[in-house]
Design a protein. Structure first.
Length: 370
């Protein structure tokens, strides 16, 4: 089967015109940011903090099964909100325009073992610059999976469904590991560099802080409910990790999402960068609650196009972005959470096996002309 380039029908002039239209859409949102947006993020933060405080209060009585269930469920939701709709988006600088030092990318530290500064470098600077470029984007396969049929298959890849599941369970630690770029930095010369050792110490310090908060202080405050509160906190972190991993999988791995070679981005223009974001992302369809719980990363395409716009605006501009896809003859990859998750895991399993001499169109690496 011959790989099909979904951009072959577009001229260079059309690609640049697409870029100008997207720039105009971005400018439109920026010029209209205001109190409505500020009120939204402040409300979400307030709800999250009240929910976490109430849930931890309920867990003081977690010896009783109903209290354990209610407290664990509430704490799980609170942790998801903090990481997804608040932490991820604040650290993207989406709310820096408010000039509120308490809700600013330079001062926010999230409920996560990955230090904010390191995450911003690996995610904001590397992932969003080199989206789905093999060998440049650490988020693509997390450094432990084969994500494209042109990548050389090795026996190690047979285990990638297992590696991916383990990574999902301990996702925050996996993020911290590839923020450190362990695969590259464990070489003797690199791991002894002062810069790398300082970053490792920073991660170790953050892990100790998180472990002390979640697994020592709060369980101790529960007195007789120490062990049940400990179990509740572990469960809440597990639920948060599985959920955030699933959202990321749905946004980057389903069939139809493209990957790119390094050489394809040499001399890349603004329009070509936009086009790569459009082809390298997928959305999750659903209601308002789903969008909030995913940090509005259910609008992954819109987020990759405009990572620094307020997350509450992605749903508003999604129809306009979809119209651009249709007008320029591009596929807007979207689907329900179960559909996208099944599609992503199917790709993980398929690429764990050696090639069978067939390249499928959805895995073709598009070479956008420089």
């Amino acid at each position: 089967m011959t790989a099909i380039d979904p951009t072959a029908h577009l001229s260079d002039q059309q690609i640049e015109q697409l870029g100008r239209e997207l720039d105009a859409l971005r400018d439109e949102v920026i010029s209209s940011r205001g109190e409505r947006d500020a009120a939204y993020i402040r409300k979400v933060i307030s709800v999250q903090r009240k929910l976490e405080m109430t849930s931890r209060g309920v867990l003081l009585f977690s010896l009783f099964p109903p209290a354990w269930l209610i407290g664990t469920a509430g704490l799980s939701v609170a942790k998801i909100l903090e990481n997804m709709e608040i932490g991820h988006n604040v650290l993207h600088g989406q709310w820096d325009w408010m000039r509120d030092p308490k809700i600013h990318s330079t001062s926010w530290e999230w409920d996560h073992v990955s230090p904010a500064a390191q995450w911003k470098h690996s995610h904001n600077e590397l992932h969003h610059t080199y989206t789905n470029v093999i060998g440049k984007d650490n988020d693509l396969g997390y450094g432990i999976m084969r994500v494209d049929e042109d990548q050389k298959w090795q026996p190690f890849h047979l285990g990638q469904p297992l590696w991916n599941f383990v990574n999902a369970c301990f996702f925050e630690y996996g993020i911290a590991a590839y923020d450190l770029e362990l695969g590259r930095n464990l070489h003797k010369r690199r791991r002894n560099s002062p810069e790398f050792r300082a970053r490792v110490r920073e991660v170790g310090k953050k892990i100790r802080k998180q472990v002390l908060k979640d697994y020592v202080i709060h369980p101790l405050l529960s007195g007789p409910s120490f062990l049940t509160t400990l179990a509740a906190t572990f469960t809440a972190n597990l639920v948060r990790n599985l959920w955030s991993h699933s959202v990321i999988m749905c946004g980057h791995f389903p069939e139809g999402v493209q990957t790119f070679e390094r050489r394809s981005i040499v001399g890349e223009t603004r329009g070509q960068w936009y086009l790569r974001q459009m082809l390298g992302s997928a959305n999750i369809s659903g209601g308002k609650l789903l969008h909030i719980m995913t940090g509005n990363l259910s609008h992954q395409i819109e987020h990759h196009l405009f990572p620094d716009l307020p997350s509450n605006r992605y749903g508003e501009i999604a129809p306009k972005v979809q119209e651009l896809f249709e007008r320029y003859g591009l596929e807007y990859v979207t689907g329900s959470l179960p559909k996208q998750l099944f599609s992503a895991w199917r790709k993980v399993f398929r690429l764990s096996l050696p090639n069978r001499g067939v390249k499928t169109p959805d895995l073709a690496k598009e070479r956008i002309a420089a």
